[in-house]
Design a protein around this ligand. Structure first.
Ligand SMILES: O=C(O)/C=C/C(=O)CC(=O)CC(=O)O
Ligand code: CA
Ligand code: MG
Length: 397
């Protein structure tokens, strides 16, 4: 029996000892690094972790830990796995209920890239945005399409989503108008937090040296602004106003039972995109809109893996640095109830979604709250959790 008496800290619950995600909390005396155990935070600074590990978690963010290398990440995780399962409370341990602490953005976000790697999502968006052409452009099956986003507006779960303003041109209008977005949307994604040495041309076989952990990511998107501005350079102000991520980063190692082969590519892959181990992840995502479960996007169906995305992102000589973040792209499955955006769920606003309270929605209304959660298979039939990412829309007036 562990000294941690929290019913949410068992191998049967998503934040049991098999998960141990890292975050940064403030319980009133400033930011400290912690691990999540069930519905509690365990600050690490006061624990006896030894001279090699202590400095990695002594600061006010996860930046020092991200800048370390995989052997130290593994050593720290092994040490914490042992500590949280001891029968007696270890020296310096102080459990804080999550409801009593504030969770902060746990690291300084370096570069932020967002991909477009769900074939179902790309085909759905292609049909709506480019009805006269092929839904997939010819490059899509040969490389993970992506763009560089705005790192400075990546925020922690719970941050309000201020409705963005911008230019848009309603269908049939000759000239654009300006105002608050009328087509504010979500994108249910998985985010990969990078760490380890600065590197470029990272091979798929070296990906684990640079992938510290995994978060849920909501890439809030203003579809009216996006549709008018995106040709020819891609997403810009329709996406850059806000991107939310989980407060807790689940380490990559927690997903060793969730690895699956990436679905076979329709074309022979260029050498730098070939994988020597399964990099697909069996993450099951849930999209909750004002408390109604509206979609369950399957991450296992993503066409390009995090290892391929990282290889592609650095193949030209660009570096990856600790604190860089990249999004998988919106996760959508083949079924309607598996779509990871409201653009797709409402088919461009034409098919409203009915919520549990009987109200209908196409895009987000002021006051709406969206919560993404996810689990993956863990060891011995357990579940590994990704911490929720939540946001409530507030009027931009
Ligand atoms: O123009 C398009 O096809 C659509 C682009 C996006 O919405 C970009 C994006 O954020 C991709 C994604 O999340 O999958
Ligand atoms: Ca996106
Ligand atoms: Mg965004």
């Amino acid at each position: 029996m562990s000294w941690i008496k929290d019913p949410a800290f068992t191998a049967q619950s998503p934040f049991g000892p098999q998960t141990l995600p890292y975050g940064v909390i403030d319980a009133g005396s400033g930011p400290v690094v912690a691990v999540r155990v069930g519905d509690h935070a365990l600050p690490l600074r006061s624990l006896d972790l030894g001279a090699r590990l202590s400095p990695l978690v002594a600061g006010e963010s996860l930046d020092d830990l991200l800048a370390a290398e995989r052997p130290l990440w593994s050593e720290l995780r092994a040490r914490l796995t042992e500590l949280v399962q001891l029968p007696a409370t270890p020296v310096g341990a102080d459990l804080l209920p999550l409801s009593a602490v504030r969770s902060l953005l746990p690291f300084r976000v370096g570069d932020y890239v967002d991909f477009y790697s769900s074939r179902h999502h790309a085909e759905n968006v292609g049909r709506m945005f480019r009805p006269d052409g092929d839904p997939l452009l010819p490059n899509w099956t040969h490389l993970p399409v992506g763009y560089h986003g705005r790192a400075g507006t990546v925020v922690v779960s719970g941050t309000d989503v201020v409705r963005p303003h911008g230019q848009s041109r309603p269908p049939g209008a000759d000239a654009p108008g300006f105002g608050p977005s009328k087509r504010l949307d979500i994108e249910a994604e998985v985010g990969f937090v990078c760490g380890g040495p600065v590197a470029s041309r990272v091979s798929t076989s070296a990906a684990a040296e640079h992938l510290f952990g995994v978060v849920l990511l909501n890439d809030w998107s203003a579809r009216d602004i996006q549709a008018w501005e995106y040709v020819p350079l891609g997403p810009f102000l329709g996406k850059s106003f806000l991107t939310s991520i989980s407060a807790w980063i689940t380490p990559l190692e927690a997903f060793s039972n969730a690895r699956l082969p990436t679905p076979a590519a329709p074309n022979p892959l260029l050498d730098y995109l070939v994988e020597d181990q399964p990099w697909g992840l069996d993450l099951r995502i849930q999209v909750n809109w004002n408390g109604s479960l509206v979609a369950e996007p399957p991450f296992a169906e993503m066409s390009w893996s995090a290892a391929q995305q990282l290889a592609h992102m650095t193949v030209n000589g660009a570096t990856v640095r600790p604190g860089d973040l990249f999004g998988s792209g919106t996760v959508s499955g083949a079924d309607k109830r598996q779509r990871g955006s409201f653009l797709e769920l409402s088919w461009g606003g034409k098919e409203p979604v009915t919520l549990a309270d009987g109200t209908e929605r196409t895009f987000l209304a002021d006051g709406d709250t969206v919560v993404l959660t996810a689990t993956a298979p863990g060891p011995d039939g357990s579940l590994v959790g990704l911490s929720e990412v939540a946001g409530t829309v507030v009027s931009g007036e």
